[in-house]
Design a protein around this ligand. Structure first.
Ligand SMILES: [Zn+2]
Length: 134
């Protein structure tokens, strides 16, 4: 296992995740990063992407395959240390109804080339604004 927020590239103090995403893609296209440096998703993430991931509206920025998926993990009290992978909107609504302060990480991952990046971080539960934008 060992899958945690540390495996989710893009989180470290970066506020605008789209900016760091674009930066990585540009570095790859300019040849400053090899594909194996940007396509290194944890096997657990790829498994989740394949099983419960929602199809993304765009193609993979690296391999251009139509295999990009969105996966949501929720972290917080009384949840597994590696987060809970959310597979249904109902599950997310249930977590959102909790009094605990939870955090949802929405990650994109390509099941074809293993590109992955954190897209957004949202508050869940604790009467936070509804996470309807997921
Ligand atoms: Zn790809």
């Amino acid at each position: 296992m060992g899958f945690g927020t540390g495996s989710l590239r893009g989180q470290a103090g970066v506020v605008d995740h789209r900016l760091s995403r674009r930066h990585l893609i540009n570095e790859y296209k300019r040849g400053r990063l090899r594909q194996d440096q940007v396509c290194d998703a944890h096997p657990e993430l790829i498994r989740a992407a394949r099983n419960v991931g929602a199809p993304a509206s765009v193609a993979c920025p690296i391999c251009t395959a139509d295999e990009l998926r969105l996966i949501t993990y929720v972290f917080g009290p009384r949840l597994p240390a590696h987060g809970r992978c959310i597979s249904t909107a109902q599950e997310l609504r249930r977590l959102d109804a909790r009094p605990d302060e939870l955090t949802a990480y929405v990650v994109e991952a390509c099941v074809e080339c293993r590109w992955h990046h954190l897209l957004r971080v949202l508050p869940v539960g604790n009467r936070a604004p509804r996470a309807a934008a997921l």
